[in-house]
Design a protein around this ligand. Sequence first.
Ligand SMILES: Nc1nc2c(ncn2[C@@H]2O[C@H](COP(=O)(O)OP(=O)(O)OP(=O)(O)O)[C@@H](O)[C@H]2O)c(=O)[nH]1
Ligand SMILES: [Mg+2]
Length: 201
Amino acid sequence: MYKDCIVSDLPQIAVAGKSNVGKSSFINFLVNDSKLARTSKLPGRTRLINYFLINENSAEEFLLADLPGYGFAKVSDAEKLKWADLLEKYLAKEQKLVHVFFLVDIRHDPTRDDVTMYNYLFKNNVPYTIVATKADKLPKSQVKNRCRAIANFLKVGADNVIPVSALEKRGKEQIFDRMEKVLNAFYNPIIDDDETDETDE
Ligand SMILES: Nc1nc2c(ncn2[C@@H]2O[C@H](COP(=O)(O)OP(=O)(O)OP(=O)(O)O)[C@@H](O)[C@H]2O)c(=O)[nH]1
Ligand SMILES: [Mg+2]
């Protein structure tokens, strides 16, 4: 339920994607801790939103939210609805949500559930970056092509799909670069001084 979401003034960056795509592994990879977010061989492990406090006490403190995976066949319809409801409400209502890393498997085109998720992001104007996971499962020569195919499928620019491998620790710089830009914009917003100009006279 949405009331299970945290109430905090900190900016939030969320990690979304289908069950087993590698969300928890991605978070552990980013924070260099193999046990922080629970990973599992069994899809559907992350059931509620798990929040991690990053850069504690620094100027760019934020919460990283590990969202529950969707598209797992072996759960009841009632459970699926509950998850969809939580995800949809979180994306629509969380005022402090500044960015979503939307994870898809590099080996496959986005699923129907991925497209539903993507539409939630789009509909709610949530800024996002698409992250193509498990890049180590492909020969290096195919990585760019697969990213391009995913970008074409979702009708976004190829720059908006970043390949990563939590296993081989690839892609961190590009992800950090995105995070830094997003947090910088949150903590140091450009003030529109048009109005102050008028009152100056
Ligand atoms: N080869 C490879 N395997 C990965 C990578 N990232 C995750 N995995 C594996 O994929 C499986 C699922 O990873 P998780 O990180 O638990 O996936 P999740 O998206 O958090 O799953 P839910 O919490 O169930 O939604 C695990 O067996 C991981 O070891 C990667 O970059 N490369
Ligand atoms: Mg998980």
